[in-house]
Design a protein around this ligand. Structure first.
Ligand code: ZN
Length: 377
């Protein structure tokens, strides 16, 4: 692979008709862009939803009733992520683009920004502060991230890093979470290949759980070892759950995987988030992530639904040093035509029962990744 450590997409900022930010990330060499104006007559942005504090669990719940009106699986000629045409005034006013990021028109969080209180009295709520962004990976309506050419995937990685840095600096933000839901089976409302970024004004329940475990290990080793660093070392020396190994990143199926298909992609050094990666690391990340996704899609004859969850360190300076950036890729698919549903034990108690063994899934994934490696892009 050619070193692309100085990879720099052309970044162009614009604004949609209702004031939302829109940012183009064009592949390097695309030249400067003069963004087209958004000619739509959009209503003013909706008032934010509310955040309610659940005294029973200590969790925040975002109530976003206005999201019921959002677009659901539109055909290609009405897709809000396709470039604008004479018959479809989409969210992207231009006739073409490479990668684009914009504020969600129907956000669960935002557009207000504010520091949240640590808890609320029963029956009180606050405006749902934060920010939700959409990342469109390509102007093509069909396909998926795993089918992107390398350069485009690398541009998306750059967009994730850019957005992580900016969102982390916004007032009141405690966690920045880039993710992708792929497949209508797991609730995707738009087929167009895209992901999202949530900037939360609180540490999510899962984020808090992972941060607490990371903190315990960090303290037990006098601040010399992150938990994920120790886990990766042990997985690499054991080998039975490894899926792929690179210079800067490796993927393995976690020992106590919760989902029928689950893989974690972890950097070889302690780094907090996308924004902290070096150019060389981002170069390799785009490559190994594409290989991992291609491997997942080689498991079955039809595309496998997945959630790609990019876990970034909490922004709380007390928790940050113990947490290492990583991807948790999970799929509920347990057979060609069977999905795992979260039922009583999992949904009600958070107690997972997995029908697959991590070592078996790792062997299948390893073979699948090897079978697709070297395919020219
Ligand atoms: Zn589309």
């Amino acid at each position: 692979m050619t070193a692309l450590a100085d990879f720099s997409p052309t970044i162009t900022r614009s604004t949609l008709a209702d004031g939302r930010d829109l940012i183009y990330f064009d592949d390097p060499g695309a030249g400067p862009r003069v963004p087209a104006p958004d000619g739509r007559d959009l209503p003013p942005r909706a008032e934010p939803g509310e955040l309610r504090f659940d005294a029973l669990s200590g969790d925040w719940v975002a109530v976003a009733a206005h999201r019921q009106a959002r677009t659901h699986l539109p055909p290609a000629d009405a897709c809000p992520l396709c470039p604008t045409t004479p018959s479809n005034s989409s969210e992207i006013p231009d006739a073409d683009y490479d990668v684009v990021v914009f504020e969600n028109r129907f956000p669960s969080l935002g557009p207000v920004l504010a520091d949240l209180p640590s808890s609320l009295a029963w029956g009180e709520s606050v405006p749902a502060a934060g920010r939700c962004e959409v990342v469109s990976f390509t102007s093509e309506h069909t396909g998926s991230f795993g089918e992107l050419p390398y350069t485009r995937a690398r541009t998306v990685v750059e967009a994730w890093a850019h957005r992580t840095a900016e969102l982390s600096a916004l007032e009141g933000i405690r966690q920045v979470f880039p993710f992708e839901n792929r497949g209508a089976q797991i609730g995707v409302t738009l087929h167009h290949p895209h992901g999202q970024i949530y900037a939360y004004p609180y540490l999510t329940p899962r984020g808090a759980q992972l941060a607490a475990a990371a903190q315990r290990h960090f303290e037990a080793t006098d601040g010399t070892q992150t938990l994920l660093g120790s886990l990766l070392d042990s997985e690499r020396s054991d080998g039975s759950r490894m899926v792929l190994e690179g210079q800067h990143f490796s993927a393995f199926v976690p020992f106590a995987a919760r989902w029928p298909i689950e893989a974690h992609l972890v950097p070889h050094r302690d780094v907090a988030d996308f924004a902290g990666l070096t150019g060389e690391e981002k170069d390799e990340l785009a490559d190994v992530y594409l290989r991992l996704l291609a491997g997942v899609d080689a498991l079955y004859d039809t595309p496998t639904p997945y959630i790609a969850a990019w876990n970034q360190a909490p922004l709380d300076p007390a928790l940050r040093p113990a947490s290492r950036f990583h991807l948790q890729l999970t799929s509920p698919r347990r057979a060609e035509d069977k999905l795992k549903f979260l039922a009583g034990s999992e949904a009600a108690m958070g107690a997972f029962i997995n029908d697959t063994r991590a070592e078996d899934v790792a062997a299948r994934l390893r073979e699948a990744v090897a079978s697709v490696s070297g395919v020219a892009r």
